[in-house]
Design a protein around this ligand. Structure first.
Ligand SMILES: [Mg+2]
Ligand SMILES: [Zn+2]
Length: 178
């Protein structure tokens, strides 16, 4: 199975510092939906792994998160794509959970659920903590320059074997060229 793990905010949709709090605030990054569509048609399984501490902080509830994800699923389907699963960490940063990135908990759960070897998994993220979570699990980190990506690219904490692309569309082009 070709399985690609995607961070959500800053990779699929535009990030914002005060959290995505409603479907209206969920705005796709140009080209990202079409990229997921192309990957789906090429046989890739697409799974999202996203920190959503806005739930643990009491800013939105699970019902609103589901509304936001319903919009994302519809938008991806309209582009001919499919997101197979969304894993999210609802916890606040001080909760000490094992799922909030940079911890590898969500990535390990995804590998178990889909019965794939983590060494074969790649994760696309815009933040250092995304890359750290997949590296800690034993998979391949891919950075995009959307969202926090340019800041992450300049960080001393960038994992040394990270692949870097302008955006998800460029990641898609590279994966499909191989
Ligand atoms: Mg992000
Ligand atoms: Zn968590």
């Amino acid at each position: 199975m070709k399985l690609l793990i995607l961070d959500r905010d800053g990779v699929i949709n535009e990030d914002r510092p005060d959290f995505i709090k409603s479907p209206d605030e969920w705005i796709p990054i140009p080209g990202s939906l079409e990229a997921i569509g192309e990957l789906t048609r090429a046989g890739w399984t697409i799974v999202v792994a996203t920190n959503q501490s806005c739930i643990g902080r009491g800013i939105i509830d699970i019902a609103m998160l589901n509304n936001i994800h319903a919009k994302m699923h519809r938008a991806v389907v309209n582009a001919g794509g499919h997101i197979d699963a969304i894993f999210f960490c609802p916890h606040a940063p001080d909760a000490g959970c094992e799922c909030r990135k940079p911890a590898p908990g969500m990535v390990l759960d995804i590998a178990r659920r889909f019965r794939v070897d983590i060494e074969d998994c790649m994760m696309v993220g815009d933040s250092i903590r995304d890359l750290q979570s997949i590296v800690a699990a034993g998979g391949k980190p891919i950075l995009v320059r959307t969202g926090n990506g340019r800041k992450s690219e300049a960080s001393a904490d960038l994992p040394p074997d990270t692949w870097v692309f302008d955006d998800l569309a460029a990641v898609c082009d590279a994966l499909l060229a191989n």
